[in-house]
Design a binder for this molecule. Structure first.
Ligand code: URA
Length: 199
């Protein structure tokens, strides 16, 4: 069977986007990438997660959150009854910053159109903003993740919900507890928004 014929329009657009990301040279991060990490998941997801950028394992595999931070994220998702199959996971920058440094403002700006295209394609009702870089990319500099975390912001009908990046929980137990607190709020938000859409 001709695979392209059975593809949904969303898959076709995402595939075009993936090709553009994989060949992107809009900033210098392409020079050191092994694989770009466009993002993965369900294209009709109600909930989308936005991380910072690929680390070593993601750069090698082309998949988001497959390293230690990914294990933390998987456990947090499991605790609130979500699986990766139900969500979409993207990143602020799609190529690994060398030595896992924070992406620069210009790198985030260069990559932002891809993230915006993914948001427009998926049309999630909730976007979980994981950490400071994602918060800065989406809301501009001058934002503080410790002030913004755990509070939802509705913009253009989408509920943005910032929390700490799961990698931060690897170093501090107290941060993990705060993320867990935020995820239990997230569970309620997701359920409420689902109910609203069903009515
Ligand atoms: N951290 C991120 O922000 N994104 C990934 O994909 C992996 C680790």
């Amino acid at each position: 069977m001709d695979q392209t014929k059975s593809m949904t329009w969303k898959q076709e657009i995402e595939n075009t986007l993936i090709k553009r990301i994989e060949t992107c040279k809009k900033c210098d991060l392409y020079k050191t990438r092994t694989k770009a990490v466009p993002g993965t998941g369900y294209l009709d997801a109600d909930v989308m997660f936005v991380g910072e950028g690929p680390g070593k394992n993601e750069d090698l595999t082309g998949e988001p959150f497959v390293g230690q931070a990914g294990k933390v994220l998987d456990k947090l998702l499991e605790d609130i009854g979500l699986s990766r199959k139900q969500i979409f996971i993207g990143n602020t920058v799609k190529c690994r910053p060398p030595s896992n440094r924070t992406p620069s403002t210009s790198e985030m700006e260069a990559c932002k159109p891809y993230l915006i295209s993914q948001i427009e394609l998926i049309q999630p009702t909730v976007i979980v903003v994981l950490g400071s870089a994602a918060l800065t990319s989406l809301f501009g500099s001058g934002q503080s993740i410790s002030r913004a975390r755990g509070k939802s912001m509705i913009v253009n009908g989408i509920c943005y919900f910032p929390t700490y990046h799961p990698a931060a929980a690897l170093y501090r137990r107290s941060t993990l507890e705060l993320i867990m607190e935020d995820f239990s709020k997230l569970k309620e938000i997701v359920q409420n928004r689902k109910r609203k859409n069903e009515n």
